[in-house]
Ligand binder design. Structure first.
Ligand SMILES: O=C(O)C(=O)C[C@]1(C(=O)O)C=C[C@@H](O)C=C1
Length: 265
């Protein structure tokens, strides 16, 4: 089985394919590629602020910005196609999502059932638009608002999938050493859980690797240059390490704590 394909590995039945710390970390590493490419695509456009303005959009029957409208309507379509029946996917607009219209997939229970109640997409939406966007999109307005909103949603969904993957990371960690986690879970001790699940050396490696991916994936590729990209990248590599250090890893850890707190329910 292709170990890169965690979605398939996770939906397999039988403990032979139960996730391990190696397999979940492999998935997190692969998801970095999606996130870096997503930001590179979004960086093709300037900020395009009308995309985020409710007063600009004035969409009949919808209150909100074009970014909200595109996310809401795209999720509705994806819900009908079965996207959110996967335990790896969490919607930004969970209210009134249409039901899946496709035959149900056999997602076997890797996670504790209470995992479904954890959704921190509001925090992801807020840091993305309020903090991150201005760090990698240049100021300006080129009128491509619909394409901008679509590429924001690609980034948001990739970040959401990565951050909520903390549920799987936490499950694996709990299964590997339940005796270490149980007392802190029973005591509802968030700080102790946070300490138990944190591995500084892994976090350092993640920050370095995502910056390196921004250099490799975001360089200008030409046929006859001697000197690659002259230090110019489509997304500043330091933005990637900052994104992971300030938001992605802290929120993944928050998801892990939330999951562990419910693990013995
Ligand atoms: O790899 C792990 O053990 C994780 O829990 C994932 C992760 C991350 O978000 O990348 C989070 C916490 C750890 O401190 C290290 C890395």
């Amino acid at each position: 089985r292709d170990s890169n394909c965690m979605a398939e590995a996770l939906s397999d039945s039988g403990s032979a394919n139960a996730p391990t710390i190696e397999s979940v970390r492999e998935s997190l590493i692969r998801q970095e590629d999606t996130i870096v490419f997503g930001l590179i695509e979004r960086a093709r456009f300037p900020i395009n602020s009308p995309t985020y303005s409710a007063s600009y959009a004035k969409i009949p029957g919808f209150t909100g910005s074009l970014a909200q409208f595109v996310a809401h309507e795209t999720e509705a379509l994806q819900a009908k196609a079965g996207r959110f029946t996967s335990p790896e996917e969490n919607p930004f607009f969970p209210k009134d999502l249409p039901a899946s219209l496709v035959p149900s997939q056999n997602h076997t229970g890797v996670l504790h059932p209470s995992a479904a109640s954890i959704n921190i997409n509001k925090s992801i939406w807020d840091f993305y638009f309020d903090k991150l966007l201005a760090l990698f999109a240049v100021p300006g307005d080129d009128g491509n608002y619909a394409a901008t909103a679509a590429s924001d949603l690609v980034c948001l969904q990739a970040l959401s999938r990565r951050i909520h993957y903390g549920k799987f990371v936490a499950e694996v960690k709990f299964k590997e050493s339940p005796k270490e986690y149980e007392p802190a879970i029973r005591a509802k001790n968030r700080d102790a859980l946070m300490k138990l699940l944190t591995v500084e050396s892994v976090e350092e490696a993640v920050k370095k690797r995502v910056a390196k991916k921004a250099m490799v994936f975001g360089q200008e590729v030409t046929l006859n240059s001697t000197d690659g990209s002259n230090g110019k990248y489509k997304v500043d590599p330091s933005v990637l390490s900052r994104l992971y250090a300030e938001w992605v890893m802290p929120l993944t850890k928050l998801v892990q704590v939330e999951y562990l707190l419910r693990r013995l329910d």
